[in-house]
Design a protein around this ligand. Structure first.
Ligand code: SAM
Length: 305
């Protein structure tokens, strides 16, 4: 059960979801037909030193070979791959238009600060709970970030703008913000405050990319059962529905940004995969479509997406 001031390390509660998505990225990276490469993901998962999580990596490989749309082959695996592609492209586009300041909200085990080709002069701020950032820094101690990477250990339900500014964030420069796999872990009012802060700190030309699942009701009992079984087989008991706050009553971020005159464009996770030659199993399609993938740009006057 969630509370307003709960916290976690990388193997517990919401922290374990960061490990789960890193495990998926590790799996994708090892596929013969991988559509992206995240060479840090496996190292991060293995750094937990837990047989359960290592088994999860192995389990992913085996599950994927199974016929018939396993958990990993279903909505979670496909959506996570699609969203990685989408946000990787978002970073590339932001770099191309000259943005050099990046803020990853709830960075978890996202290794983009290491794996994206940032031009010199780029800064990447990573915000997450202290224990999550500490785990990642220890696991990647031998690696060199591809940008000036600055950690901001903070709870995003607290006064994170002050902490970000204290680390040298420059509110006069256009910024590319990312909230990947975050919003459903925040209550609706905390999401509103987070978006308000992002808007206040965004110079013209800034942009924000995010995803959010809208449809717990769309998840079939069968899907939930398979997901729970796949995780439990590896000794991992993470009940996502217990960690997520509801979609109902929450502001739709597409409307939120559009009402503030930001240009909003949505990504299509299925099309992103198909463009790369990856066929999404029929059974996963309805759930894939319950996820919003979007980018919003605060116009400078002549911006288009
Ligand atoms: C599903 S993981 C996603 C991590 C990363 N963005 C990615 O896609 O790989 C969720 C992350 O949100 C972070 N998180 C959730 N609520 C948070 C909060 N209130 N403050 C800071 N971090 C939070 C967790 O610690 C975790 O790293």
């Amino acid at each position: 059960m969630r509370t307003d001031d709960d916290s976690w390390d990388i193997t517990e509660s919401v922290g374990a979801t960061a490990l789960g998505v890193a495990a998926m990225r590790a799996y994708e990276t090892r596929r013969d037909d991988a559509v992206f490469q995240d060479p840090y993901a496996e190292k991060l998962v293995e750094a937990v030193g837990s047989e359960n999580w290592s088994a999860m990596l192995r389990g992913n490989r085996e599950n994927l070979r199974e016929a018939g749309g396993s958990y990993i082959n279903g909505v979670m695996g496909n959506f996570l791959v699609a969203r990685t592609l989408y946000f990787d492209r978002y970073f590339a586009d932001a770099i191309e238009v000259g943005i050099r300041q990046f803020v990853i909200l709830a960075s978890g085990l996202d290794a983009r600060a290491y794996r994206v080709e940032f031009p010199s002069g780029s800064t990447v701020f990573e915000l997450d709970l202290p224990k999550v950032l500490e785990f990642k820094a220890n696991a990647l101690v031998d690696e060199t970030p591809a940008a000036d990477r600055r950690e901001v250990p903070i709870d995003l339900r607290q006064d994170w703008p002050k902490a970000l500014l204290d680390k040298g964030f420059d509110r006069t420069r256009p910024t590319a913000w990312l909230a990947e796999g975050l919003l459903r872990y925040l209550p609706g009012d905390a999401q509103d405050r987070l978006l308000e802060h992002v808007a206040e700190l965004s110079a013209p030309g800034s942009r924000m990319a995010l995803n959010i699942g809208t449809g717990e009701r769309a998840l079939s009992d069968e899907f939930r059962k398979r997901r729970a079984e796949a995780l439990a087989q590896n000794g991992i008991r993470v009940d996502l529905e217990q960690l997520w706050y509801p979609w109902e009553g929450r502001t739709d971020p597409r409307t939120w940004f559009a009402m503030r005159s930001w240009l909003v464009r949505e990504g299509d996770p299925v099309a992103l995969l198909e463009e790369r030659g990856r066929t999404v199993p029929e059974a996963a399609l309805p759930d894939m479509r319950t996820h919003i993938l979007m980018t919003a740009i605060r116009p400078r006057g002549d911006d288009t997406l």
